[in-house]
Write a protein that binds this ligand. Structure first.
Ligand code: GAL
Length: 517
C-alpha cells in the first residue's frame, strides 16, 4: 500500500503512463451512437427523492430540473426554516431542529408545461441517503488545481446541464495545501498559521470566498486531506491536526471530505484496529461539527473497509486502488474495479456506499505536464455505456473527473453522464447495490431492486464480438409479466414473462428496468 512518498512518486509516474497511453485515442465521442434522446423542453425534476440532514445545520439544495428556462419553481410543505428561490430553484436555510421526515412537493413550471415531484427530507443523523454525485478535479487538474479553475468547474456544471441531472458536489482533490520543499513558489509557504490552522497554497487565496461562490450556484464544495503527515502527492496532511483541520474545513464552508490514507502507514500499524483508527477519529470529529460534511474514506479497500466504513462514520469508501492507475488487460480497467466492487453489495445501503472511484471518460488530464493537455479517453462508446451502467447498478457515488470545459465535454460524454433514467437507478431511495446474478468469462449480469418493486438489470458482454445474453426469471427471482424499459434508449419494449434475451455489443451493455405488470 501507499505508505510513503516514494510510492506516491511511483503512483504519479504510473498515472503519467496511463494518461500517455490515452494519447493515441480518437476523440471521446467520435463515431459513437448517442442512444439517449435529449430531455424535453417541458420541466423534468431529477435528483433523489430522499435527502438526509442533521437537525439545525445549514441546508441548501438546488432542485435539479431540465427544461427550457425560465422555470418557476415551487416547494409545497417546505419546513419554515427553509426558503426557496423560485427563479433558481435553490433552497437555503437550516434543517429543522425537530428530527423526523418532512415531505415536500417540488413543482416546476415553464412556457411548455409543468412537473411535480415528492422530496422527503429526513432530519436525523444520516447524510448521503443516496450516493453523492458531482465532479472531482483530480484526473483533469492534478497539482495544477487553482481557485479560478474550481470556480470555472462550478460554472461548467451549470452550463453543461450536469447540475440539472443531480451532479452537485464540486470537489477539490489533492494539492490545494502547501507542499514542503516545493520548488514552485506558488506551492511553498508556511503550512499552518500560529494557531496551527492549515493554510492553503498561493493558488487558493480565500477558501471561504471559493465555497461561497460554489454555494451561490446552488452547488456544494468538497475538500481533501490525508490522516498522514503528507498527502499522496506530498502536500501537507492532517496528522495530529485532525480537530483543527475539520473545524477549519467547516468554517471554510465545505460539505464533503475525502480522507485519503496516503502516508498514514508511516505513523500507524497494519492491524484492523490501525486501519480503522484514523477514520474513527475523523468520523467522530465530523459528527460533532455544526455542519453536515459527507465523509468519503479513501484507503483502497484495506481491512475489508466495506464491513466497517459505515460504523466509523463513513458515507462512502473506496473499495479498490486507483482506477486511473489500473493496468488494462483484455478488458479496460474499469471492469476489474467494477467486478471487485460488486462483491461488496451487501455492505451498501442508504448513507453508506461502496466507492469504485471516479468516472474517467471524456477528456482527461496529465499529471506531469505543467500546462493543460487534455486527451480523449481510450474507451469506445460501448465501454463507456458499460462503465456508467455498472456504476449506477452498484449505487456508486457518481463523480465525473474528466474535463468539464465546454470544448472538451462533447455530446457523447454528456449523453453517457446525463441520462435521467440511468441516474435514477443509482439514486433510487431503496439504496440497494446490485447483486451479481452471473459472472463468467463471457458475461456479467447485475440486478438492482428498486423502490417501486421494479428491477434494474445490466447484461454486460465481456467477449470480443457481439452475442446474445439471456436471463431467466429464475436467475432474477421474478414471477409473471414484466414490461421491459430500455434505459439508455429510454424506450419501452414489450412485456416478457419468463426470461429476457437480448443481443449485446462487444464490451457493451444492455441496461433495462423490468417493471411488474
Ligand atoms: C490517491 C487517491 C486518488 C487521488 C490521489 C491524490 O491515493 O486514490 O483518488 O486522490 O491520491 O494524490
Amino acid at each position: 500500500m501507499k505508505t510513503n512518498l516514494r510510492i506516491a512518486a511511483i503512483l504519479t509516474i504510473a498515472t503519467l503512463v496511463f494518461v500517455v497511453h490515452l494519447g493515441a485515442a480518437p476523440a471521446a465521442g467520435l463515431g459513437q451512437a448517442i442512444l439517449t434522446p435529449k430531455p424535453p423542453l417541458e420541466p423534468r425534476i431529477n435528483g433523489p427523492s430522499v435527502y438526509g440532514g442533521r437537525p439545525g445545520h445549514p441546508f441548501f439544495y438546488r432542485i435539479p430540473c431540465t427544461g427550457q428556462r425560465p422555470i418557476d419553481f415551487s416547494a409545497t410543505g417546505l419546513p419554515g426554516s427553509l426558503k426557496l428561490d423560485r427563479q433558481t430553484g435553490i433552497i437555503t436555510g437550516s434543517t429543522p431542529n425537530q428530527r423526523g421526515n418532512y415531505v415536500v412537493t417540488f413543482g416546476a413550471k415553464n412556457a411548455r408545461g409543468s412537473a411535480r415531484r415528492s422530496f422527503k427530507i429526513v432530519v436525523g443523523d444520516m447524510l448521503a441517503l443516496t450516493p453523492p454525485m458531482g465532479w472531482s478535479d483530480w484526473y483533469t487538474r492534478y497539482n495544477r488545481v487553482t481557485d479560478a479553475l474550481m470556480r470555472q468547474a462550478a460554472e461548467a456544471m451549470l452550463a453543461s446541464g450536469m447540475a440539472d441531472f443531480g451532479y452537485q458536489y464540486v470537489n477539490i482533490d489533492d494539492c490545494w495545501m502547501v507542499k514542503p520543499g516545493a520548488k514552485d513558489p506558488e506551492l511553498d509557504g508556511p503550512p499552518r498559521d500560529a494557531s496551527g490552522a492549515i493554510q492553503p497554497n498561493h493558488r487558493f487565496p480565500d477558501m471561504r470566498a471559493l465555497t461561497d461562490y460554489i454555494h451561490s450556484k446552488g452547488l456544494k464544495a468538497g475538500i481533501y486531506t490525508s490522516p498522514g503527515p503528507l498527502t499522496c502527492a506530498g502536500f501537507v496532511g492532517s496528522y495530529q491536526h485532525e480537530q483543527i483541520d475539520a473545524r477549519t474545513f467547516a468554517e471554510w464552508g465545505f460539505d464533503l471530505l475525502k480522507y485519503d490514507w496516503c502516508s498514514y502507514g508511516t505513523v500507524g500499524g497494519k492491524t484492523l484496529e490501525d486501519y480503522q483508527k484514523p477514520y474513527k477519529l475523523m468520523g467522530a470529529i465530523l459528527r460533532g461539527l455544526d455542519r453536515d460534511i459527507v465523509f468519503n474514506l479513501c484507503q483502497y479497500g484495506m481491512g475489508q473497509v466495506s464491513k466497517w466504513g459505515g460504523e466509523v462514520g463513513g458515507n462512502s469508501w473506496r473499495t479498490t486502488d486507483d482506477l486511473g492507475l489500473r493496468k488494462e488487460t483484455k478488458l479496460p480497467g474499469f471492469y476489474s474495479i467494477g467486478f471487485k466492487n460488486a462483491l461488496h453489495a451487501e455492505d451498501a445501503g442508504p448513507g453508506r456506499w461502496n466507492d469504485p472511484d471516479y468516472i474517467l471518460i471524456g477528456y482527461l488530464g496529465n499529471a506531469f505536464k505543467s500546462e493543460e493537455s487534455p486527451e480523449p479517453t481510450a474507451l469506445n462508446g460501448d465501454e463507456q455505456y458499460s462503465y456508467m451502467s455498472m456504476w449506477a447498478l452498484m449505487a456508486a457515488p457518481l463523480f465525473f473527473s474528466g474535463d468539464l470545459r465546454m470544448q472538451y465535454l462533447d455530446d457523447f460524454t454528456l449523453n453517457v453522464l446525463c441520462n435521467a433514467e440511468v441516474i435514477a437507478v443509482d439514486q433510487d431511495a431503496l439504496g440497494k447495490q446490485a447483486r451479481i446474478v452471473r459472472h463468467t468469462d463471457d458475461e456479467f449480469v447485475l440486478a438492482k431492486p428498486l423502490e417501486d418493486a421494479s428491477l434494474a438489470v445490466g447484461l454486460f458482454n465481456l467477449t470480443e464480438s457481439s452475442k446474445p445474453i439471456t436471463v431467466t426469471w429464475r436467475d432474477l427471482g421474478l414471477r409473471g409479466g414484466h414490461r421491459v424499459r430500455n434505459l439508455w434508449r429510454q424506450k419501452d419494449g414489450g412485456t416478457v414473462d419468463s426470461q429476457y434475451s437480448t443481443r449485446v455489443n462487444r464490451h457493451g451493455v444492455v441496461l433495462v428496468r423490468l417493471i411488474p405488470q
